[in-house]
Design a binder for this molecule. Sequence first.
Ligand SMILES: Nc1ncnc2c1ncn2[C@@H]1O[C@H](COP(=O)(O)OP(=O)(O)OP(=O)(O)O)[C@@H](O)[C@H]1O
Ligand SMILES: [Mg+2]
Length: 447
Amino acid sequence: MVNLLPFMGHQGSPGQQGMSQIGLGMAIAASMVVLTMLQQFLFNHFSGYLERCLRKLVSSMDPYVHIRFSEDSTDSSGPKNYEAYAAIETYLSSKCSAQAPRLKANSVRDINAPVLCVDDGEGVSDEFDGVTVWWHLGKEKDQGDVYRGSRNNRYYALTFRKRNRKMVVGEYLRHVMEEGKAVAASNRQLKLYSNSSSEHGAYWDYIMDFDHPANFETLAMEKEKKEDIIDDLIRYLLHGPPGTGKSTMIAAMANLLSYDVYDLELTAVRSNAALKRLLNRTPCNSMLVIEDVDCSSKITNQREKYDKDDGKTVKNILEKVTLSGLLNCVDGLFSANEGGRLMVFTTNNVEALDSALLRRGRMDKHVEMTYCGFEAFRILARNYLGIEHHELFGKIEVLLNESSITPADVAESLIARRGKGEDCGEECLKKLIEALEKKGEGENGWM
Ligand SMILES: Nc1ncnc2c1ncn2[C@@H]1O[C@H](COP(=O)(O)OP(=O)(O)OP(=O)(O)O)[C@@H](O)[C@H]1O
Ligand SMILES: [Mg+2]
């Protein structure tokens, strides 16, 4: 306790003085104790309030709004937090490569498509609908817990003017998320799976990364037909002669949607139950492909043949996948493109398919892949020769109308001379004309 006596005046008799000094000192000391307690009480009960008032005052003077998007996915909002953070990072990668002086490459999510992002502590600005906003990459120490320990959490802080709050929180953030996810999807490495089976069941095996360059721009086909397909990707039957681009179309679809490809070899599936299990294991955002589906009807026919020959073989074949098993799967699992799944069948021989399989509603769209028309040829000429117009195009158009040549055969003529000097275009077109004339003679019975 602080000694207060030296600061008191000298009044009354020494005895009285002594007594009254002691009384006064005690009173003052008591009041100090009360004051301290009061201070403590006020501090405990009102400091939060005062602090809040102060913050309010400061923030009312701050003309900006700040929003923080944390990388941390361990709190209650779980992976959603990280999804938003990742979408922002991808969205900003195109902005920051032009603006930020210090960048870093993030290849954690996909080694083939590293995302450039601003380095810690750096920032970039962005403009949307005439409004400027600022992004900043920050780092905060997370105390963690006994299991994960402490670590540095990154976050993107978005700053914008208060008057733009409604637009930024609404339209702008929606734009950032959508754009970020779309860019990430287009950068994603697609994968190819195929089915195999063992005595334990049917499985999807990872075959390789799916790196097919096909896209709808380079796919040689009439524009209208392409647009119709793109508008409504659900369940397809692609039919047409070999070399008309059925497999190329599948690759273009997978690339357009960024879907992994699950190539189902029906003859390797042991039973309807195995087929069902396999399809149940096909994840969202995937494309199930059954090439040459006419082979499945061969299985059904074979069953009858073996029926008469040998009872043992019958059992084995009967356990195989049947058409009705396949139809059940088509109807059930892949209804209405649920969960972003696309199913595509191909055949060279549409007449051989069972009418039950062909029925609309089972395969929403039948796309006929045809021989090469002039419009398709022009796309191939652009793909392979980089030529948009040429005086030989007129002759080629006439010849294409008179003969049936597949896009694969046209492509073969056009690439034959590639690499033999830059100006090989005319030579290639002449070679194609030769091939077309030969075909025409053959088709018209001149050969
Ligand atoms: N419509 C097309 N657009 C662009 N390229 C095509 C087209 N059709 C064929 N091609 C070219 O021909 C090659 C063979 O075509 P693709 O494998 O797609 O034919 P397909 O119809 O699947 O044949 P198959 O019935 O034998 O499986 C492709 O790799 C591609 O280079
Ligand atoms: Mg094919």
